[in-house]
Write a protein that binds this ligand. Structure first.
Ligand SMILES: C[S@@+](CC[C@H](N)C(=O)[O-])C[C@H]1O[C@@H](n2cnc3c(N)ncnc32)[C@H](O)[C@@H]1O
Length: 256
């Protein structure tokens, strides 16, 4: 039987790998890299290669790369666009497993952060098995998420006493009334969507490129910091060619 490992690599720095992840990497024959065109591509692949070089002996593994299909933006049909993208990715990943892994071998994807949080690979793997596109066993190795790293960097708990934690996307935030936000983490932005809530009473805890070179942090009342921060983030995005940020919007309760 072939085996596929989805290994959480943490949100950017090799120090964030768990011992379980490092042990799992040592058992891998082939690492698969899906290379995206455009934003941050080189840097994200470089970080993955750095992790392999740091933790594994040279030539103890193979690396197989394949182009990641682009996601076609279908205005007003976001879900259909993602499902179509998953389908094309499923075909590529099934091809890699069928062609590049021998029976008894283990293949792996190094998944940014944790494989269970806003990452499609697990869904795609289930789809491949359900549709019989390839046959293999699979395992998930958890990783530190960008949410945990953001909270640690700002030295704040993710929740306050008895309070729920909401995790959402910038796309959804843009349709959310600021009064309904209590404690909401926002992912998948990079377009400074928080600026649209700058009239609210919310506090922002923001981080970009966390754990990587050029890490940026900012915190404070959204009203006071949104404009200047958005400018700073835009400059960083222009200089670097991409921006990866995550943030918490919190309604303060008179004492943190
Ligand atoms: C496709 S999701 C993957 C999330 C990942 N699985 C996790 O556990 O954090 C990518 C989003 O995660 C957030 N993110 C991941 N790593 C980050 C980092 N090092 N710094 C800032 N944001 C990060 C950003 O919101 C980015 O748009």
């Amino acid at each position: 039987m072939k085996r596929l490992l989805l290994i959480g690599m943490g949100p950017g720095h090799p120090d964030y790998l768990t011992i379980q992840a490092i042990d799992a990497m040592k058992s891998v024959d082939v690492f698969f890299f899906l290379e995206k065109d455009g934003e941050g591509k080189d840097e994200l692949i470089r970080i993955r290669r750095e992790i392999l070089e740091r933790f594994l002996p040279e030539r103890s593994y193979r690396v197989v790369t394949a182009p990641s299909p682009p996601r076609e933006a279908e205005p007003g049909r976001y879900r259909d666009g993602v499902l179509d993208w998953y389908r094309r990715k499923a075909e590529i990943i099934a091809g890699l497993i069928n062609d590049e892994l021998a029976d008894g071998e283990s293949g792996a994807f190094l998944i940014w952060g944790d494989p269970t949080l806003y990452d499609g690979t697990l869904t795609i793997v289930r789809q491949i098995l359900d549709e019989g596109l390839a046959d293999f066993d699979y395992q998930v190795i958890p990783g530190i998420t960008s949410l945990q790293l953001l909270a640690a960097k700002h030295r704040i708990p993710m929740n306050r006493i008895g309070e729920p934690i909401e995790v959402t996307t910038a796309r959804r935030l843009a349709q959310t009334a600021p009064e309904s936000i209590q404690n909401t983490f926002v992912m998948l932005d990079s377009n400074m969507t928080f600026e649209g809530l700058a009239d609210s009473e919310l506090t922002l805890y923001w981080g970009a490129y966390l754990g990587t070179d050029g890490e940026m942090l900012a915190a404070g009342p959204l009203k006071q910091i949104a404009g200047e921060l958005a400018e700073r983030a835009r400059r960083a995005k222009a200089d670097r060619g991409w921006l990866m940020d995550v943030y918490l919007l919190r309604k303060e309760q008179g004492g943190r």
